[in-house]
Design a protein around this ligand. Structure first.
Ligand code: MSP
Length: 518
């Protein structure tokens, strides 16, 4: 059975660049899932934050000619400032430069040291500064790291983590927790990575200073990934809340991540936690990349799109809907303004927006704004009722699997049923014929279904859904109940158009790329 509590996290974002659509994507997905679980009356903790240590950040600050602390303060603020634009509601925002996090990392370090999973040695290899990772000679591709960064050969004394000791434990864990990695095909990637063998991992650096110092050996700085991963524990009250194994949020922790950081979350992180005697998180939910001009959207490639611009131009609801609907969660997708406009116009305006406005304005203009239930049923009614119920139940199932686009497809089915039903029942003709009882039966059934669909859409498009629910004027609880019944008599509010069509002709000045990057 599903727990009623859930702890949802985004990765913490590097502060060496402005946030772009890729970052917004993960945060939006987490926000939608959080809102969805809240609408099931679950107890949700949803967090995000910034990853501020490491050589890469230190260098970016130097390049910008700003002292590192100021640089990270400014850039972290950009990620925080993005949240209201996207209409994201978080419970906590973490920065790895905060005192509470330093304390957690130091405590965590001491725990795995005490359990004898750390030892001092020497490390040599090709170091990719941009990605903060070492590679061996045979892993390099055309003189660059497999992640595409420039490398330099380095030797340094460092602490190693006994990752090799965790082979069996990790394999058992994956076997006993088949849902640990979502979607399922990602699980196979992780298992075959581990099957290739696990080498001990260098978990400190001496080549720079911008990080958390190793307790009792301060010339070593804790590896930025170990530091960063502990953020999830810091956010859960560690180390004061020492018994994470009994903590209901930890037991139900879900980390959303992009596919490039799966190894860190699904291999290293569980091993670090096991070394500290803490059970791994419940789930790692992996999504694909937004591409632009055929490549992963990223600051270093320079093909980023600015989410704030989209929110200002079209509203956060449209961006949230487009990102969730365009690409199955887990796959890569191409970000395109043309498709954005297409989806906005066809679903938000023509399909959903039109259903709501058409229904509510008919009630207002032809039924004095009042819908009264009546039992003048025909055989079409249970067919419609069942069709919508089935679509909603399927949407619910998809949502629990983090299949956001499929969930939206099922909701679109439900809306299509409603639009077909209204076309077939022709309430305007019923009115003309004076068949008022049948008209009321049709309108109340339509209103009831549209109301439930709108509530289900709330996590995706909260601003518009809220407006429409207000227009319906049905006293509602923010809870998704698939077979909810509305009251016998509804006196609706003032119908208004919520989504307007985007005309590409008016967007000639639209600057597709964010060229004003710092
Ligand atoms: N700081 C690490 C994560 C540490 S978590 C303990 C990091 N940061 S990052 O700034 O590079 O952000 C990575 C995350 O941003 C990805 O995992 C993904 O969630 C999101 N995205 C960044 N670019 C993206 C795309 N082009 N497409 C989709 N999401 C992407 O890695």
């Amino acid at each position: 059975m599903q727990s009623r509590s859930v702890f949802i996290t985004t990765p913490i974002y590097y502060v060496n660049a402005k946030p772009h659509i890729g970052h917004a994507y993960t945060t939006i997905a987490c926000d939608i899932f959080s809102r969805f679980r809240r609408m099931l009356f679950h107890d949700v903790k949803f967090t995000t934050g910034t990853d501020e240590h490491g050589k890469k950040i230190e260098q970016s600050a130097q390049n910008a000619g700003i002292i590192t602390q100021l640089f990270v303060d400014q850039h972290s603020q950009l990620f925080r400032d993005l949240l209201p634009f996207l209409n994201i509601k978080i419970d906590d925002f973490i920065r790895t430069t905060e005192a509470r996090h330093k304390k957690a990392v130091e405590f965590f370090w001491a725990e795995i040291k005490r359990n004898e999973y750390l030892y001092l040695g020497e490390y040599s290899g090709w170091y990719d500064i941009r990605n903060e990772a070492y590679f061996s000679e045979d892993e390099l591709i055309d003189g660059k790291s497999p992640l595409g960064g420039d490398v330099q050969y380095m030797t340094e004394p460092c602490y190693f983590f006994r990752l090799s000791a965790f082979y069996d434990q990790l394999m058992n864990f994956y076997e006993n927790n088949p849902d640990f990695i979502m979607p399922l095909h990602r699980r196979n990637e992780v298992i075959s990575f581990v099957q290739q063998g696990l080498k001990d991992l260098a978990v400190t650096r001496t080549t720079f200073k911008w990080g958390i110092k190793v307790p009792k050996d301060p010339k070593h700085v804790v590896y930025v990934w170990l530091d960063a991963l502990v953020n999830y524990l810091t956010l859960n009250g560690y180390p004061e809340n020492a018994d994470q194994n009994r903590d209901v949020f930890w037991q139900n922790s879900v980390h959303f991540v992009g596919k490039e950081i799966i190894k860190f979350h699904a291999v290293y992180w569980p091993a670090f936690l096991m070394a500290a005697g803490i059970r791994p998180p419940k789930q790692i939910v992996v999504h694909g990349w937004w591409m632009s001009e055929g490549e992963k959207m990223s600051k270093s490639i320079g093909n980023v799109q600015d989410p704030i611009k989209y929110c200002k131009l079209f509203g956060s609801d449209s961006l949230r809907y487009y990102l969730m609907r365009e690409v199955p969660f887990g796959d890569d997708g191409n970000f395109s303004l043309e498709n954005f406009i297409g989806r906005h116009n066809s679903f938000l305006v023509n399909s959903f927006g039109n259903l709501c406005y058409r229904l509510l304005s008919f009630i207002k203009n032809h039924a004095d704004g009042v819908v009264t239930k009546h039992n003048t049923f025909t055989e079409d009614d249970p067919v419609f009722d069942d069709g919508v119920n089935r679509a909603l139940a399927a949407a619910m199932k998809e949502m629990h699997q983090y299949a956001f686009s499929k969930c939206l497809e099922r909701l679109e089915d439900a809306i299509a049923f409603a639009n077909q039903y209204i076309d077939k029942q022709k309430p305007w003709a019923l009115k003309k014929e004076g068949n008022i009882n049948r008209m009321n039966t049709v309108l109340s059934l339509l209103l009831e279904k549209t109301y439930i669909i709108t509530k289900f859409l709330m996590p995706f498009i909260p601003i518009a859904a809220e407006k429409i629910l207000r227009q319906m004027n049905i006293p509602y609880e923010p809870i998704i109940l698939l077979k909810e019944r509305i009251p016998e008599r509804i006196n609706i509010g003032e119908p208004e158009i919520v989504f307007t069509k985007i005309d590409p002709a008016n967007l000639t000045a639209f600057d597709v790329f964010a060229v004003d990057d710092d």
